[in-house]
Design a protein around this ligand. Structure first.
Ligand code: UD1
Ligand code: MG
Length: 465
């Protein structure tokens, strides 16, 4: 549970813009940054404030955005049919907001924003008893942002958009983050008063600043400590840049929590991943989706884990691919192994090179070390599945199950034609094709051709010139 709590705060998320510059069939806020859609990043951040409610303004492809987010209890959807500007967008929320002290307005395309920064904005807004407070920043490159214009006493007087700015205004480096905290009592009167006489013919939210000042209201600016947090995504170059910034932060956070990350610039660790202490992530690893890794594991180099679950002390060697699978403690996987969805390895399991496991359980202490396919199977404890063993689970139309008991030894190059059961303590001779159930214990092997010896036989020789 988040430590923040603002039961008298309403949040508005502006996400109706088309995101034309993304050149995409997908609405901008559904583009992912480190595996999570931008709208989910911002919703996660504002939900951490535990506000009274969250209104999300959508317009372009609103059905897709709604279908993606679902219907959290404290979230209201607001439609802006025509995208007439940020001020017009906030105005559409009038019907869904009541009985709050302040309204916090954020944009849907700033996934780096941190909850602590929003908390600071609301706290300072309230301490100053302000009517309107703007969150500002000093980015390395102010191009494209609204500039913060101050009067002779250094007090905020207006915000001028890039397209409306004079040369001297463009030289200002302090910019608006587009994030505001506004007293509910004054917000909608201000919004009704703004016009659209500007370079873009839009109703600009920033215009509430001079209107509030004219009405004798108190307007404040709060500067962000880290300007990176307000980086907005308008095209795919920004998307990659924002992802880089977020990746650095996420990796540093894991390093501080006790994870060793070798060659961090080559590693991808998505936002939904979690990693235990003393785990080592080697170069080139991709940790994707909801992947969860325990303590003291060693991963890589160049392993890919997608929605994988690993218990403690698991080693995943180079070039292994694990997706939707679970690995018990003290197990070894790879190099060059593939665990597919619903593979479950219990403890102390060894899966070696060029082994593929799909929708199967491998019991404690069992080994499948070389060149095998195990699908739709259960393998008991302490089994040794020899090199080149294949479970033939598919007849071209249907899938069938292979069940193997405990302490079974399967000789190399065996085919287990499912459906088939192998009893505990059984041994299967190398090269067998097993088509019916194997009893407990003893040796089972399919008939072999007699071995021949041809004495004095010579291999063909190349003709000598
Ligand atoms: C806006 C601000 C600018 C600030 C910058 C910070 C205005 C006029 N300008 O510029 O001062 O420096 O953000 O990133 O506010 N949206 C709607 N409906 C609309 C228009 C926009 O919902 O009719 C949403 C967009 O989806 C987006 C957000 O509002 O999430 C900001 O709009 P955008 O067009 O990106 O504004 P900027 O030009 O970035
Ligand atoms: Mg923008």
């Amino acid at each position: 549970m988040s430590k923040f709590h603002y039961p008298d705060l309403q949040v508005c998320v502006l996400a109706a813009g088309r995101g034309k510059r993304m050149r995409s069939n997908l609405p901008k806020v559904l583009h992912k940054v480190l595996g999570r859609a931008m709208i989910d990043h911002i919703l996660h951040t504002v939900e951490s404030l535990r506000p009274k409610g969250i209104a999300v303004v959508t317009g372009h492809a609103s059905e897709m955005v709604r279908a993606h987010v679902g219907q959290p209890v404290n979230l209201e959807w607001v439609i802006q049919d025509k995208q007439l500007g940020t001020g017009h967008a906030v105005k559409q929320c009038e019907q869904v907001i009541c009985d709050v002290r302040d309204v916090l307005i954020v944009c849907g395309d700033t996934p780096l924003l941190q909850v602590e920064t929003l908390d600071k904005l609301v706290r300072e807004h309230r301490q100053a008893a302000a009517d309107v407070t703007v969150l500002t920043a000093n980015p390395a490159n102010p191009f494209g942002y609204g500039r913060i214009v101050r009067d002779g006493d250094g007090r905020l007087s207006s915000i001028v958009e890039e397209k409306d700015a004079s040369e001297s205004e463009r030289a200002i480096t302090e910019v608006s983050s587009g994030i505001y905290c506004v007293r509910y009592e004054v917000l909608f009167d201000l919004l009704h008063a703004i016009g659209n006489r500007n370079a873009q013919g839009e109703y600009y939210l920033p215009d509430i600043v001079p209107l509030a000042l004219d009405a004798g209201q108190r307007v404040e600016a709060v500067m962000m400590a880290d300007a990176d947090e307000m980086l907005g995504v308008n095209d795919r170059v920004h998307l990659a840049h924002v992802e880089d910034v977020m990746q650095k932060k996420i990796i540093e956070e894991w390093q501080r929590r006790g994870v060793t990350v070798e060659k961090p610039d080559t590693v991808r660790i998505e936002a939904g991943v979690s990693i235990g202490i003393d785990t080592v992530i080697q170069a080139g690893c991709y940790l994707i989706g909801s992947t969860t890794i325990g303590d003291e594991c060693r991963i890589g180099p160049n392993a890919v884990l997608v929605d994988a679950w690993l218990d403690d002390r698991v080693n995943v060697y180079a070039f292994s691919h694990i997706q939707g699978a679970a690995v018990g403690s003290d197990s070894l996987v790879g190099p060059y192994a593939r665990l597919r969805p619903e593979a479950r390895l219990d403890e102390h399991v060894h899966i070696g090179n060029f082994v593929e496991i799909k929708k199967s359980v491998v019991g404690d202490g069992s080994k499948v070390n070389h060149l095998s396919y195990i699908g739709d199977s259960t393998i008991g404890t302490n089994c040794n599945i020899g090199a080149g063993t294949i479970t033939c689970n598919y007849d071209g139309a249907n899938k069938f199950v292979t069940e193997i008991g405990d302490n079974v030894f399967v000789g190399s190059d065996t085919q287990l034609v499912a459906p088939v059961r192998v009893g505990s303590d059984a041994t299967i001779g190398a090269g067998s094709t097993i088509t019916s159930d194997v009893p407990d214990g003893g040796l089972t092997l399919s008939e072999r051709n007699a071995q021949k010896y041809v004495p004095g036989w010579k291999r063909p020789q190349k003709d000598k010139p």
